[in-house]
Ligand binder design. Sequence first.
Ligand code: G6P
Length: 617
Amino acid sequence: MCGIVGYVGHRDAADVVVEGLRRLEYRGYDSAGIALVHDGHVVARKRAGKLANLDKALADDPLPPAGTGIGHTRWATHGPPTDRNAHPHLGAGGRVAVVHNGIIENFARLRADLERDGHELRSDTDTEVAAHLLEAAVEAGSDLTEAMQQVCRRLEGAFTLVAIDGADPDRVVAARRNSPLVVGVGEGESFLASDVAAFIEHTRDAIELGQDQVVTISRDGVEVTDVDGRPAEAGSYRPYHVDWDLSAAEKGGFDWFMRKEIHEQPAAITASMLGRHDAQGALQLDELRISEEELREVDKIILVGCGTANYASMVAKYAIEHWTRIPCEVELAHEFRYRDPILTRATLVVAISQSGETADTLMAIRHARQQRAKVLAICNTNGSTIPRESDAVIYTHAGPEIGVASTKGFMTQLVACYLLGLYLAQVRGTKYGDEIAQIVGELEQMPAYVQRLLDASEQVHRLAEELSTARSVLFLGRHTGFPIALEGALKLKELAYIHAEGFAAGELKHGPIALVEDRLPVFCVVPPPGRDQLHDKMVSGIQEVRARGARTIVLAEDGDEEVAPYADDLIRLPRVPTLLQPMVAVVPLQLFACELATRMGHDVDQPRNLAKSVTVE
Ligand code: G6P
């Protein structure tokens, strides 16, 4: 969703801001704009559509040199994506310019008040009221920092606001409430952005801000206050060093970030495992800030997340319940708090979020903490809001994920869930040390197994070629293969925009089988043989769809010959324990969705209508 950049320093602000916006494109947007302070005035350009439209506007009518500026990529909420509604928005006299992410919930009332006072608002957005209010405050004699503090006290909702004042070239001022914002600290220059990717080529020193803080950046540094103007307390914001560099935010020879990220999965798994067990395989999650005693008291786990993270939660339930015997519930974050869930001090809520900024998940954990439950975040983004507001965090260390459709994010969420499950089993004594060490040993093999599947991408690519005109694809799985079927279908919906559905194979005969028609492609994730009768039941399901004309694309482990006669296409998976099979089974499905969407001519990294981090509820 919306991307924000602010800059003050010795470089050309237009270059820094536009390049920053380019690095935030992945978040999803439908218009873009920029404003600079030049010679006592604000100058701005904005255009509906992709950044190329703004680039063209800037080429036709270049901006003057400036050292202070802000920029924005907008994902429309209030008003359609037009030039007029694009950010920045200017105050009544054009002195103050503002960009905004989030929703100002009381904007209608504020707008009515402004109009009564003679203000003429030019757009349909909620943002423009903030521009008018800020400008009125600086016109009345406040500096931009004080103006921001005053205005924030009047706003309700979730927002990041970043503003410049044409009469004050030395500062950019921002505020955040329930919406992402990080600060970059350079030499004689400072940055603001929705995430560090926007300024990583200039500095890796960042500050994560607390809730309801106002930050003023200048060439000399950074000042943080609360909305009442009091200096922010030590510890309420946190300087940190970003542990990846620009190359991680570039495509490195791949056509898409998504394809690159699929191929980075072996390294991402290794990074997620690093330092988390000793030579004997005993787990050590040093960064977990919940004591062993508290973990022993947990009597229920609720896993919350959205989209792909929800499917990681579903996989986690199978593993954690089996290893620890603690009952686990899986809940979509946006449904969680509205159904009045039963939470006690002995409930552990596990919030899974790649970005750490998903508003639905954030609201879920706030509710959980109000009810005194413990919250543990599994997150890929250092400095983001969800881990900051949780009692504990396991970072997934996958490096930046830029493709909107999550791949290495999902893979490392699985790793973190397995590590958490094993750690709980270790602390509570529900598994012997050698059993834990054995599973850890299996996890250690995963990078090689995933690499083998990546090396065999050609088979999946051929399949994508053959199926490039499919209008509907089904995915079947049982046990941990069920969430993988759902994830395979989600990837296709996100990227190829075709009807795709995942089902628990056992549910097939209760309805979905009616969808099966001649030549319908059906992916079937087959559990390893030997786990009760799961395998045989899955094979029966495959026979049932095939008998009705489906084209079966079967994912089955090496040596599973029983299923071969019923597979029109057979994708071989390395032999792994049933609970870990999702880590290998998901890979061909990711490759398939990426390749099919590429062949269909779609933008794989920025699918239509989607945003990478959904920062509004
Ligand atoms: C958006 C993305 C999905 C992602 C979901 C959860 O909807 O398009 O790909 O799975 O958000 O994101 P999170 O950052 O919380 O994991």
